[in-house]
Design a protein around this ligand. Structure first.
Ligand SMILES: [Fe+2]
Ligand SMILES: [Fe+2]
Length: 411
């Protein structure tokens, strides 16, 4: 089903698909590797056309992407029966904007404390969604633009941390709620330290380890939560210890192994996994399955292996949202990994007659499909775009829902 065509260099960035063969100069310097998605090229190397022309390259082999558009995909999701339980995109939008409002007004004590309490309540609401078990990656919000980034990161980390905690056995509802809230607020200490902007990937790397100021954000975050009246120990300890490392090399306290509070261990994994999945325009960005491999590679020494195992058990090796090609060449989106079978999830087909609008979409259970297996993984679908709210809506979103936190004071 893969059709390769040779696209004139000038039109390359208008195409959808992947580079179908290595493109090199006459002296064999690789310019474009086979398999590179053109969408990634558009974002990271807009000057590539000039570069190719300089080397006398006039046409580039492109494999047309077999995927459907996001709208068509949403249409398919809507028609799946029994209906899928997806996170209401409005919840993600509201969470992101509440987060933005707190970050922007962080120097005002009153706004900050009210804002943090309202975010904690939102965390409780996200936790109720997690209990309904929506499809995990399909629920993660994707940033609309760079300004949204720090906020969506909090929302996604919150969902992932909640999912991990929900995978603990025996069930520990109080901890699930604490993790969802802590995930949302884990980097709140950064609001004092960084300007309201997103550093480039390069700047990020340069600042990374030696930035002493940044290393205080977990302690600062914990103090800010306390000031706002949040005193639940699981939340506070998780925020403080989310950059601790299993081998003791983390910060701020240099704790090691089981001395790291469980919440910190969960948040560390959720934070790491979310960063891999969501940092767009970053060379570190991974597809879901690649993020899983990176997580496994980093698990030794850095994370609590048990926590990593719990995450993998819920996302599988092909996390929901991964676009995969089956051994019979049909393409689909992973919906869920049932019964802890990491290799054989349920797949919603998006190609072939199954994707026609007048027929219900087909969901294949790979466990019941004989020799059929996943042959290839493409990029992810289903990450919901966050549409900015109208300007006038923002203040009301932040405070209308505010009420004194009930459950926090009592614990
Ligand atoms: Fe952090
Ligand atoms: Fe973070």
């Amino acid at each position: 089903m893969d059709s390769i065509k040779f696209v004139p260099v000038e039109l390359l960035l208008n195409e959808e698909g992947v580079i179908a063969g290595d493109v090199a100069t006459s002296s064999s310097t690789l310019l474009l590797p086979s398999g590179l998605p053109i969408s990634a090229l558009r974002e990271t190397h807009p000057g590539v056309v000039e570069l190719l022309k300089t080397h006398g390259i006039t046409k580039v082999p492109v494999k047309k992407s077999p995927f459907i558009t996001m709208e068509e995909f949403r249409g398919l999701l809507d028609r799946v029966r029994p209906p899928l339980s997806l996170l209401n995109p409005l919840v993600t939008r509201v969470a992101a904007h509440q987060m933005e409002a707190v970050y922007k007004n962080i120097r005002s004590r009153q706004v900050r404390e009210k804002g943090i309490r309202s975010l904690a309540l939102l965390g409780e609401a996200l936790c109720r969604h997690i209990r309904k078990k929506p499809q995990i990656t399909l629920s993660l919000g994707e940033e609309e633009g760079w300004r949204e980034s720090p906020f969506i990161h909090g929302v996604n980390t919150s969902l992932l941390a909640g999912y991990i905690a929900a995978g603990f056995s025996p069930p520990w509802p109080e901890f699930v709620e604490a993790m969802t809230i802590a995930g949302l607020l884990h980097d709140i200490g950064k609001s004092f330290l960084t300007p309201f902007s997103r550093p480039s990937a390069k700047e990020k790397r340069q600042r990374a380890e030696d930035d002493r100021g940044m290393r205080t954000h977990p302690i600062l975050g914990e103090a800010m939560l306390r000031d706002a009246g949040i005193n639940k120990p699981y939340i506070l300890s998780a925020v403080r210890s989310h950059h601790e490392s299993w081998d003791g090399s983390g910060y701020p306290d240099g704790l090691a192994g089981e001395a790291i509070p469980m919440g910190g261990r969960v948040l560390a994994v959720a934070n790491f996994f979310e960063n891999l999945l969501s940092s767009t325009a970053s060379p570190d960005k991974k597809r879901s399955d690649q993020a899983v491999s990176s997580l496994l590679a980093s698990a030794n020494g850095r994370f609590d292996k048990l926590v990593v195992r719990v995450l993998l058990a819920s996302v599988g090796l092909f996390p929901p949202g991964s676009v995969v090609e089956l051994s019979d060449e049909r393409v689909g989106v992973v919906l869920e990994s049932r019964d802890r079978d990491l290799m054989r999830p349920n797949i919603l087909l998006i190609t072939g007659k199954e994707s026609r609008k007048d027929e219900p979409p087909t969901v294949i259970d790979l466990k019941k499909s004989g020799p059929l297996f996943i042959r290839k993984v493409y990029d992810d679908y289903g990450k919901m775009k966050v549409v900015p709210l109208d300007k006038d809506e923002r203040p009301s979103v932040l405070f209308r829902k505010y009420r004194a936190p009930r459950s926090m004071d009592s614990r």
